[in-house]
Design a protein around this ligand. Sequence first.
Ligand SMILES: Nc1ncnc2c1ncn2[C@@H]1O[C@H](COP(=O)(O)OP(=O)(O)OP(=O)(O)O)[C@@H](O)[C@H]1O
Ligand SMILES: [Mg+2]
Length: 291
Amino acid sequence: MSLEMKHVFYTYQEGSPAESHALQDICLNINEGEFLGIVGHTGSGKSTLIQHLNGLLKPSKGEVLIDGININQKEAKAQRKELRMRVGLVFQYPEYQLFEETVELDIGFGPRNMGLKESEVTARVQEAMALLKLDYKTLRKQSPFDLSGGQKRKVAIAGVLAMKPKYLVLDEPTAGLDPRGREEFLEQLQTLHQQGMTIIMVSHSMDDMARYAQRMIVMDHGQIQLEGKPHEIFSQPEKLLQIGLDVPSLTKLLLELKQRGLDVRTDLFEPEAVKDEIMRVIKEKDGRGIC
Ligand SMILES: Nc1ncnc2c1ncn2[C@@H]1O[C@H](COP(=O)(O)OP(=O)(O)OP(=O)(O)O)[C@@H](O)[C@H]1O
Ligand SMILES: [Mg+2]
């Protein structure tokens, strides 16, 4: 089972002077159980791409398949709603979409809309809140608007999780969170992944990608420029820098050491591996000093 994009093109405002070719020939297969990271600079097409995954946007050309079914074909009409619900989409700054009077009503909105019984809606709200470590008893009657930024965001994401999607797609979920909120959120996302959820995450942070993604795609001008495991992507730092992207901070440190004349590898990003590499080079220099 998978999400698949086959030769997808998408153009905004086709035929007008503001026409923008946001996606150009995207071919992508996301397998169930994966943690896929999507990076790329502003305007490279990341949000446009993920909005195709649940049928919110329809390709100008090409096909999008959810578990093997082309969601945009006429024959899938009867199934479309159910297919789209398999993919939970969390927009950037999802807290702006909170609107109900209480946390419980807000998280329950999706499941209630699916026509589930009240007892099932409550069970799903409790489960989703537990997954994100939101305390049901203390928060259920509170207004979502009175919560902190990080908690608002968790409530918004719990609303998506309560619909029990098979695939969870998040657009910059940590943007604007403080470092602690960010770390905590990513750890929870990792736990969801370990419990079997497929995660597709757009992020600007190469450090987060290095730590959590199993596979990455790098977007540039509406196309997938690089695709592979984080170590494969980060072993080509020059390519990333060339298209205006960063590398993980420890890779950057190695690049700087190399520039200063140290013969270090620059394709590493994990703390232990970087430490070992620096120690190796220092030992080789045998006390002759680094700089
Ligand atoms: N509603 C729209 N109308 C016209 N052009 C649009 C629209 N939304 C996006 N675009 C254009 O499509 C291209 C891709 O935009 P998109 O929002 O997918 O990029 P992104 O990678 O998500 O950027 P960011 O990192 O800033 O979120 C950009 O050139 C953008 O200007
Ligand atoms: Mg975007």
